[in-house]
Design a protein around this ligand. Structure first.
Ligand code: FE2
Length: 483
């Protein structure tokens, strides 16, 4: 009999508590009316450990489970499946946890000690080149069959991917190229970053190494038509420290943050680094070029929830995440010196605490008006959950917010255009809402132009969708097998 999950662990209880079932709902009960023109699938993914952990639990290391909501003709079906990773199979056969869910290999069962695997595939899902890819930044992608959610195996871009890849690739809306990177490529903890591009068919067309200023946690990045932009924050990683019994991951604000700007269509020798005051950024909303400058919109916190090397943990207020803009002089106009630094200007765009920024992805890398967030909760607020979804309008500088209720927590909202040629922001926001009072979740479908008015419909599940990380939409029109 499987051991119950510990009820006192914040990431294994309440809305985070893993579920043990895989199921199919042919036709979800719907309150309200689901848009009939929506045809496609929302995929969500997050950590859902198969078994109670054998040691400390970090949700970044929990087995990935996919939740898929398929829309057709005003009906919504649902299916959830674990990603069948090598770890998942080993633990299923053993009937218990074997792998460490902490940073320490000492927490692993001796029978799997030192075993290299294909990871946990728990962070994001993207549809590109006719493949649905489950991503987790320490490993390469795992391909998923988009309807059955069967695990098809690792995808290496026909052998061209050297090792791992980010969970936050960017797809150029005009060329269909997917730009992505690998932080700590092949476990190289020197600060190197591998930059890749794949064409719209998924063929790798670029692979170049960049030497970053610090070996740091780099979770996301940005593109514009001409540039790739990295924001390196001083949350450093050091195996040498770990070997000496000190923290492997530490906050070193004295090392500053660094913006790296690389030409999309040149050689990586053209990378320019600008030093910025220390801050921590996990997710980027968007970037764009305008009037000779580059704009970078991020959810930034003054400091992350990690201690300094002196063991000092930042105050809670400094952990709060706010929508923040950097305006940067482009490379070529000025040298990357203090002169250019004076032209990298920051501005807080909203006082609403927010994370999980998303956009209408047809505007990825382009001037844009609307951003969407999960807000009102998260780090530094005393609440692990985000309680509202928000729409930020860059033209009016207003954040419109919808709170589904005191007992409810929300996922990242995913934007879906009403149709391929509808104007920016004309479409739907899809967000999973967990209701603690009934210990179950629903999918909320909002008019993206006015989410503050509440959902157009709610598709009801009888069970919990544990609070996850990210997700994306795949239109049936983008998949020839579905039309
Ligand atoms: Fe992420």
């Amino acid at each position: 009999m499987a051991t119950p999950f510990p009820s006192d662990h914040p990431y294994l209880s309440k809305g985070f508590e893993p579920i043990r079932l895989e199921c199919d709902y042919a036709d979800l009960a719907i309150e309200g009316e689901a848009p009939k023109e929506l045809r496609g699938s929302l995929y969500r993914i997050g950590p859902n450990p198969q078994f109670a952990p054998r040691g400390p639990y970090n949700p970044l290391l929990g087995d990935g489970m996919i939740h898929a909501f398929h829309f057709r003709g005003g009906r919504i079906s649902y299916r959830n499946r674990w990603v069948r990773t090598q770890q998942w199979h080993r633990e299923r056969a053993a009937g218990r946890a074997l792998f460490a869910t902490s940073a320490s290999p000492r927490d692993a069962d001796p029978q799997v000690a030192g075993l290299e695997t294909d990871g946990v595939a728990n962070t994001h899902l993207v549809w590109h080149g006719g493949r649905l890819l489950a991503l987790e930044e320490g490993h390469g992608p795992i391909e998923i069959e988009p309807v059955s959610l069967d695990t098809l195996g690792t995808w290496t871009f026909a052998g061209a991917l050297a090792a791992n890849m980010t969970a936050h690739p960017k797809i150029d809306p005009e060329s269909g190229e997917m730009i992505f990177f690998a932080n700590f490529p092949g476990r190289d903890f020197s600060g190197a970053i591998e930059l890749y591009a794949a064409d719209r068919e998924g063929r790798l067309t670029r692979r170049e190494r960049i030497q970053g200023p610090l070996p740091s946690v780099v979770h996301d990045f940005a593109i514009t038509p001409n540039f790739v932009i990295f924001l390196i924050c001083p949350l450093t990683v050091s195996l040498e420290r770990a070997r000496l019994g000190r923290p492997a991951v530490a906050w070193e604000p004295e090392k500053q943050s660094h913006l790296g700007i690389v030409r999309r269509h040149g050689r990586t020798e053209s990378v320019q680094w600008l030093e910025l005051p220390p801050c921590m950024v996990w997710h980027i909303m968007n970037a764009f070029e305008n009037g000779g400058a580059i704009y970078l919109d991020v959810c930034a916190q003054d400091a992350p929830a990690f201690a300094t090397l002196e063991g000092v943990t930042p105050d809670a207020a400094r952990l709060r995440q706010y929508l923040t803009r950097w305006r940067i002089e482009p490379p070529g106009r000025r040298k990357a010196t203090a002169d250019a630094l004076s032209h990298a200007v920051t501005e807080r765009l909203s006082d609403v605490v927010c994370e999980y920024p998303r956009i209408d992805e047809r505007y990825c890398g382009r001037p844009y008006r609307y951003g969407y967030v999960a807000c009102c909760g998260g780090p530094g607020t005393g609440d692990l959950f985000h309680r509202a979804i928000g729409r930020f309008d860059h033209a009016t500088r207003r954040m419109e917010v919808y709170r589904p209720g005191r007992h409810c927590a929300v996922s990242e909202p995913v934007f879906v255009p009403r149709c391929a040629d509808s104007e920016e922001g004309d479409g739907y926001l899809l967000a999973v809402v967990y209701d603690e009072s009934r210990n179950a979740s629903c999918l909320g479908v909002f008019d993206a132009r006015r989410p503050e008015q509440g959902p157009l419909c709610r598709a009801l599940l009888d069970h919990r969708v544990p609070m996850g990380f990210h997700g994306s939409w795949r239109s049936d029109a983008d998949d020839p097998t579905m039309v």
